[in-house]
Ligand binder design. Structure first.
Ligand code: PRE
Length: 272
């Protein structure tokens, strides 16, 4: 079984792939989320792991669009606690660091820490671990990475500051993706949906009321432009429910009112 991820060993995606599928799993590393989606949809991998939102930095909007465009499905969700550490070559001290490079989501999660170091430039890069590896391989001085303690161990970098994310309790929600629609499971307690409603007064209010009337709890709602129709929006929704039957009735009612529904996946709630 092959699992596609963005990143290399020591990245948070790598950790989730091993935690979820077991330590013997074969992981296919890619540089970008687009490459991950492409490899899954062309059948090169069996599953993919994709970060979708973080408790400090918010949603990774482009990933919703990728799932939609490549026609992928959500098989499960997984929450990983994230601790970020500043690391550089052995012997470097923080005063020597001029630039910090990392994944843009990791940088966003640590913005507050760097307010005390206004001379340090923060630069978006590939995944957290790739930067750590590059610093080690090319013996780059004056540059530090933000990454996990596992990355520091693998690439033998020194940790200059630990737990530098803005709040200690920091979680990223990952989704496990597959190419085909998973077998319907009535034990599902959560669904990821795309709903398109007409662009007229009150239509979103009506949709939200309908969901509430069917006892559906929204954990996320995100509007995404419908690119073929400028200024029209689709809503990406994560919804939790206790009754699968009632949830199905809600979807039917939305369609009866003229809404378009695409189910990205129905799955069990991940452990937070
Ligand atoms: O760069 C990594 O190590 C990743 O796995 C990416 C990623 C992300 O996409 O959000 C994963 C978890 C953290 O939120 C920071 C970065």
């Amino acid at each position: 079984m092959k699992i596609g991820i963005q990143g290399i060993p020591g990245s948070f995606h790598h950790q989730v792939a091993l935690n979820y599928f077991g330590h013997e799993t074969e992981v296919s590393p890619y540089r970008t989320f687009e490459e991950v989606a492409n490899a899954l949809s062309s059948g090169k991998d069996d599953f993919a792991v994709m970060a979708i939102e973080n408790s400090i930095a918010g949603a990774i909007l482009p990933n919703y669009e990728l799932i939609d465009r490549y026609g992928l499905f959500v098989f499960a969700e997984y929450y990983l606690p994230i601790s970020h550490n500043l690391m550089a070559l052995q012997g470097q001290v923080i005063e020597e660091i001029k630039e910090v490079r990392s994944h843009p989501m990791a940088i966003l999660q640590c913005k507050k820490f760097f307010q005390q170091y206004p001379t340090i430039t923060l630069t978006d890069d590939l995944d957290t671990a790739s930067v750590a590896k590059r610093i080690a391989d090319e013996k780059i001085t004056g540059v530090a990475a933000i990454a996990s303690t596992t990355a520091a161990e693998i690439y033998k970098l020194e940790i200059l500051a630990s737990d530098i994310q803005t709040v200690k309790d920091n979680f990223t929600r990952f989704i496990i993706l597959q190419k085909d629609f998973p077998v319907q499971n009535k034990a599902s307690q959560k669904a990821s949906l795309k709903i398109i409603i007409s662009n007229e007064k009150g239509s979103l209010a009506k949709l939200l009321t309908l969901l509430s009337d069917f006892d559906i709890n929204l954990t996320k709602i995100q509007s995404i432009p419908v690119i073929e129709k400028p200024w029209n929006y689709a809503f990406f929704i994560d919804a939790e429910f206790e009754s699968y039957e009632k949830y199905k009735l809600a979807l039917k009612a939305i369609e009866e009112q003229g809404g378009e529904v695409r189910i990205f996946g129905e799955y069990k709630k991940g452990v937070k």
